[in-house]
Design a protein around this ligand. Structure first.
Ligand SMILES: [Zn+2]
Length: 140
């Protein structure tokens, strides 16, 4: 089973995956959001998290790898890599540590295309601020 998961993961990432960027919508952080996802979906990841995102970036910039293989973050687009920043960009800006970590992570993943959640669903996620950041980043 482990090897199968590894294989699926490898195949999914083989040819520069697409990324979908999210904000969490709240400021609770890892434990709070993980519990929300557990209560809602109860789908434990290989890494022991319930978050549907593949990566989760705390306010202090720490990056958690929370899922591999198929995600559960964007309806109809869960083959894409989901990255979530803690916070709500409609209320307050993200920290410079978060932007720094997101940039680092995106450079590592080297995605074919970076979407904001709002590109793929009827939502304000990942907020105007973060969406504009993505647009600027992709033009670099
Ligand atoms: Zn989202």
């Amino acid at each position: 089973m482990y090897r199968l998961i590894q294989l699926i993961n490898k195949v999914l990432r083989l040819d520069n995956p697409d990324v979908v960027v999210h904000h969490s919508g709240g400021f609770g952080g890892l434990e709070v959001d993980d519990k929300l996802h557990k209560d809602r979906w109860n789908w434990r990841s290989f890494y022991g998290f319930y978050l549907g995102y593949h990566y989760y970036i705390e306010r202090d910039g720490r990056i958690y790898t929370t899922r591999k293989g198929r995600g559960a973050h964007t309806y109809g687009h869960n083959e894409k890599i989901g990255i979530c920043l803690v916070g709500n960009g409609e209320i307050a800006d993200f920290t410079k540590e978060q932007y720094g970590s997101l940039e680092k992570l995106l450079k590592e993943i080297n995605p074919k295309h970076i979407y904001g959640h709002r590109d793929l669903g009827n939502t304000v996620c990942p907020s105007e601020r973060l969406y504009n950041w993505i647009l600027t980043f992709t033009k670099k």
